[in-house]
Design a binder for this molecule. Sequence first.
Ligand code: ADP
Ligand code: MN
Length: 184
Amino acid sequence: MIIGITGTPGTGKTSASALIGGVLDLNELIKDGGLYRGIDEARDSLVADMDAVYDRVCGIADVRDGNLVIEGHLSHHVSDSAIVLRLAPDELEKRLMARGYSGAKISENALAEAVDVILVEALDWCDKVYEIDTTGKTVEEVADAIQGILDAIGRGIKIDGYEPGSVDWLESEASCLVNFDYDR
Ligand code: ADP
Ligand code: MN
């Protein structure tokens, strides 16, 4: 089975995955493997060839004992199960600012997080979806939560506390604090 650790850019996928170990970085695979169709100049990002990505990931999963865990904001497109990392939009905004993202890119991602874009996509694409609210959690705590879910999946047992839909930013003031203005 392929398990994807996904979430809006900046939610902490790569940081938490580094503590877990053995997690395949999907963005790196796309870049190094040339699995893209072009470059999105406006977004300064690669346009992934998702059919090629799917074939490559399945090829890696096929020769592996046990589950393959991949991470990246596209991972839920090629996974059987998805673990979606969530972060309050106002916190996400601060992180992306610190990363030096443009105002447009920050707004796009904070808005996507506020209205559950990746969660909805994951529910569409994957058989099973888990959701972790990382707000106020350290990288270690997030990694522990992910590991707990991976262990439960590995043992085929149910785990409580990560039901999809448990996070709702529109009901919290976290999304109202964000200035979704593309022109700043
Ligand atoms: P992603 O891979 O989801 O885009 P990263 O793991 O690259 O996110 O993290 C984005 C930024 O947020 C980095 O600067 C990282 O140090 C920081 N960060 C990640 N997880 C946490 C956390 N739990 N608490 C505080 N800062 C974090
Ligand atoms: Mn990352």
